[in-house]
Design a protein around this ligand. Structure first.
Ligand SMILES: Cc1cc2nc3c(=O)[nH]c(=O)nc-3n(C[C@H](O)[C@H](O)[C@H](O)COP(=O)(O)OP(=O)(O)OC[C@H]3O[C@@H](n4cnc5c(N)ncnc54)[C@H](O)[C@@H]3O)c2cc1C
Length: 482
């Protein structure tokens, strides 16, 4: 069977499965006009990466269908997979499910087997990075999500009990009103790139722009051929960027790490089971804090595949126990100074990740001073010890913002954070693949609950007006009293 035939048969199966599950459910949310006199959106989903698209799929499945889904990236370039990610395969095992929301024919395995057969699946070691992107785009097409690409959420503000969103798209700025907004902005959209402060480095200077790169951005590795490259950070991203530079023909790649040994155990892997995913959010604040600050204070080892990918090159050198004191870009290269030596490189890559600080995102500026954060739920000394964790928003059971003072900004409860910023409150349900389906189901349940509650009066009137004559086809039918 050819790849095309296999996929065509699978697509037929998916359509059948979706139809058998009555997907999508009929729209049940009563329409309401917004302040501009136009129908309010039920939900605006911001970000069409893995989390945003799966959230939209879940909403559609449960009959919340007056949606818009936007992403600032061009089509197919949402998220890290085809942009700044540089690993060869996903870290996760190949059998993980999530974006399928429990539909077997929509799993990665079904998609892969349709093209490569059962033997191909058995032979597959891990999911190739770009295939994961292609798979996500396929799921999106199968469940019929219309994503508006090239459209960014520029600002979000309360507008009575609903939300006003200013969207910057191909036609300029458009203002829309929505009952609910899901912020699925991804890991980068949970904060900012982490640029360590060095005396001689201004990341925005013209010298830095051509010599010093952040690993979580897109840049071209071809100019590294024949050059000496420095990488800071011994996590997955550090090793993958080092490997990409080596594969691009770098003369030497030096990777530096603060630690004397590489971290050996991935604590967050332990949290990846249904009991943790279901139970975590209902635990008291002190317990949630204890679990996740422990996980996050233990660094994550790089995948061994990425380490071996670098170690296969004789011109790779790992410097353990050697942090950087300064990075000085100049016309001829970059001088990296450590406590042990000063090195001359042609370029430097900082694989230092993201600083999670959702409340600094411009998208949520209007909510910054009103919504609750974890620092208010732990002692000052704990917040000082784990300052990043303390900055996470303190979210309600449906991933919604919680006001610091009840009643001060009710519209805040209509903003649902479905990205890494939700981790301290819910565990890792809106970021990595394993918790995704549980997270989406919880999010959709929370949104449906609120939409119903907000329309309780009209719902009751609809119940009173409900007069479907069930027995009309029988001789026992009694017409309603006039
Ligand atoms: C290099 C790398 C490797 C990873 N490997 C794995 C792995 O092996 N296994 C695993 O489980 N997890 C992995 N992850 C973690 C996680 O699965 C990914 O980060 C995944 O992309 C998360 O999906 P997301 O939808 O939250 O974010 P993203 O995929 O990043 O999507 C967020 C989207 O929001 C859009 N956006 C942001 N701001 C705005 C705005 N203002 N307006 C409109 N759109 C906006 C962005 O353009 C982006 O497309 C990896 C992450 C990275 C970075």
């Amino acid at each position: 069977m050819t790849t095309e035939t296999g996929l065509a048969l699978l697509e037929h199966q998916v359509r059948l499965d979706l139809a058998r599950l009555n997907f999508p459910a009929a729209n049940w949310v009563p329409p309401r006009d917004g302040p501009d006199g136009r129908p309010l959106l039920d939900v605006l989903v911001v970000g069409a990466g893995m989390c945003g698209q799966t959230a939209a799929y879940g909403l559609k499945r449960d009959g919340v269908r007056h949606l818009r889904i936007i992403d600032r990236a061009p089509a197919g370039r949402e998220g890290p997979w085809g942009t700044f990610a540089r690993m060869q395969t996903l870290r996760s095992p190949k059998h993980l499910t999530g974006p399928d929301l429990g539909l077997a024919s929509l799993t990665y395995r079904a998609w892969y087997e349709a093209q490569h057969g059962a033997a191909g699946w058995l032979a597959l070691y891990k999911v190739p990075r770009l295939e994961w992107r292609d798979y996500l785009l396929w799921v999106r097409r199968m469940v019929g999500l219309d994503v508006e690409n090239g459209t960014a959420l520029a600002a979000l503000q309360p507008a009575g009990d609903c939300l006003r969103a200013d969207l910057a798209g191909p036609r300029g700025i458009e203002t829309v009103f929505a009952r609910k907004v899901v912020l699925a902005l991804g890991r980068e959209g949970s904060g900012i790139l982490r640029w360590p402060a060095y005396p001689s480095l201004d990341p925005h200077s013209s010298a830095a722009r051509t010599r010093v790169f952040h690993a979580s951005t897109e840049f071209d590795f071809a100019p590294f051929a024949g050059k000496r490259i420095a990488v800071l950070g011994a996590g997955a991203t550090g090793f993958d960027n080092a490997a990409a530079a080596l594969e691009a023909g770098a003369r030497e790649v030096h990777l530096f790490a603060r630690r004397a040994t590489l971290p050996q155990v991935n604590k967050s892997k332990w949290t990846s089971f249904p009991g943790f995913f279901h139970g975590f959010a209902s635990m008291p604040d002190a317990v949630r804090w204890k679990f996740l600050t422990h996980v996050w204070s233990q660094q994550v080892p790089p995948p061994f595949e990425s380490v071996l990918r670098c170690d296969g090159h004789v011109n790779f050198r790992l410097h353990l126990d050697e942090t950087w004191n300064d990075v000085a870009p100049h016309a001829a290269g970059v001088t990296v100074t450590t406590p042990k030596a000063a090195y001359a490189f042609d370029a430097a890559i900082l694989a230092t990740g993201f600083d999670v600080d959702l409340m600094r995102r411009p998208e949520v500026a209007a909510f910054r001073d009103h919504v609750d954060v974890w620092a208010r739920h732990v002692s000052e000394s704990e917040a000082g010890l784990h300052d990043e964790a303390a900055r996470f928003p303190y979210l309600g059971p449906g991933f919604e913002f919680v006001e610091q003072a009840p009643g001060s900004l009710p519209a805040a409860r209509n903003v649902h954070v479905f990205n890494w910023g939700s981790a301290m409150s819910h565990g890792q349900l809106a970021g990595d693949i394993p918790g995704l389906a549980i997270g989406v189901n919880r999010l959709v349940q929370g949104i449906a609950r609120d939409l119903f509650a907000a329309e309780e009066g009209r719902m009751y009137q609809a119940l009173l007006a409900h007069a479907e004559p069930e027995l009309k086809p029988t001789r026992y039918y009694v017409p309603p009293a006039a």
